[in-house]
Write a protein that binds this ligand. Structure first.
Ligand SMILES: Cc1ncc(COP(=O)(O)O)c(C=O)c1O
Length: 394
């Protein structure tokens, strides 16, 4: 370790400590209190713990109210929400779906589950989502529109969809996304797993395209233990998602039929009960998240070799995970810094490994990924649980 590396590390430790207090601190923990215990207990007492039950409908209604979506379908996790959305949107085997290389593995796995092929695209460095400007040029050079479909000139396969990901709750240039989708005839399925409570121009993440997918895993802004949801304003799509995720079940009198291959993906009511109490304190959660974000911003502002990741739009984002970005001259220190922060008890993480580096995606088409590579080598996620705001050294 060199002296400058230690200096940068000490600056980060001091900024984190003066923002959230002494270690240990996890990267992200749910905010669970007595109201959650009461809600789950009431569900247990009701006896309706599984996939029929009043609590599921109530949770879905609360999601609609919060996001402004006309329809919400609660499912077992965010990955199943993505899978079912691709199927319900008509993405077919052998087609290509554009997806960032810098995202959780579940985004691209869901594409592979359908028999379609992930086609990896680059990210932009402000919001960390897809670089739509760069993608436009790439598609112009590498695809043709033939009979109303976008065809990859190299693989000859149809490029049928695009999956923008709202990384860490940030929403990028949605005007450009819509322009590209129109130009290249792409279905938009938004991975809004990390973005519950994030808005841009008063529109919630996940509602810019055909549908959006949320996750309520234990590390997300609210949790249902494990869980996810599809949100959409498209009635017919919502009906398809609900049907496919309920084993394609049709009730006729007292009998059940299954009119196709379906999936047992519906969220159990006991999880929805936890979701209800979590959503009931959502405004409070968001308030804590915002305060934590701006306190971190204040503390990191003084340093020249470390940037705190923020944008003018952050006021309308959920501020799920806070991140710092090392100056490019400091990238060799990234692993050392993360390792030292974890050793002293501040759980910090690098961003995901780029997906084309994983064995099961090595064969997939990909564009130049220089921005994603840069983000991967400079960004560090730092402790971000809402309750950490309660610490104060002010
Ligand atoms: C960007 C992104 N996409 C998809 C998922 C998948 O959600 P889940 O873990 O609920 O399946 C997650 C969360 O883990 C995520 O962060």
């Amino acid at each position: 370790m060199t002296k400058p590396e230690v200096n940068v590390l000490n600056q980060i430790i001091n900024a984190i400590k003066s923002t959230i207090g002494p270690p240990p601190c996890c990267l992200h923990e749910p905010l669970i209190d007595d109201s959650d215990l009461v809600s789950v207990k009431n569900n247990l007492n009701s006896g309706f713990v599984s996939s029929v039950g009043y609590d599921i409908q109530k949770f879905e209604n609360l999601l609609c109210k919060l996001t402004g979506a006309k329809y919400a379908i609660a499912v077992v996790n965010g990955t199943s929400a993505l899978h079912i959305s691709l199927l319900a949107s008509g993405i077919d085997k052998g087609e290509e779906v554009l997806v960032p290389s810098l995202t959780f593995v579940g985004t691209a796995n869901a594409i592979s589950y359908t028999g379609a092929i992930p086609h990896f695209v680059d990210s932009e460095t402000t919001f960390l989502g897809i670089d739509f400007q760069k993608l436009d040029k790439y598609l112009q050079q590498n695809t043709n529109i033939i009979n109303g479909a976008c065809i990859n000139k190299i693989t000859n396969r149809k490029v049928s969809g695009i999956m923008p990901v709202h990384i860490f709750g940030m929403i990028g240039n949605m005007e450009k996304l819509l322009e590209i989708a129109k130009k290249y005839k792409l279905i938009i399925i938004e991975d809004a797993a990390e973005a519950l409570g994030s808005f841009k121009n008063n529109k919630h993440a996940g509602l810019f395209g055909n549908c959006g997918c949320l996750s309520f895993n234990g590390n997300k802004i609210i949790t249902t233990g494990g869980g996810g949801a599809v949100i959409t304003n498209d009635k017919s799509l919502a009906n398809k998602v609900r049907h496919l995720s309920t084993t394609s079940k049709v009730k006729i009198g007292y009998k059940f039929f299954h009119d196709g291959l379906g999936f047992n993906y519906r969220m159990p009511a006991i999880n929805a009960a936890l979701g209800i109490s979590q959503l009931n304190k959502f405004d409070y959660l968001i308030k804590l998240k915002k305060k934590l974000h701006y306190r971190y911003l204040r503390k990191f502002k003084q340093f020249t070799k470390i940037n705190f990741l923020t944008t003018y739009d952050h006021a309308s984002f959920n501020n799920w995970i806070n991140s710092i970005r090392l100056k490019e001259s400091e990238t060799t220190s990234k692993d050392f810094i993360i390792s030292e922060l974890n050793k002293i008890g501040y759980e910090c993480r690098p961003v995901w490994e780029l997906l084309p580096s994983l064995n099961h995606f090595r064969h997939c088409p990909s564009m130049d990924l220089s921005n994603a590579t840069k983000i991967h080598s400079t960004v560090i996620n730092i402790p971000s649980s809402a309750q950490l705001f309660k610490y104060s050294d002010d």
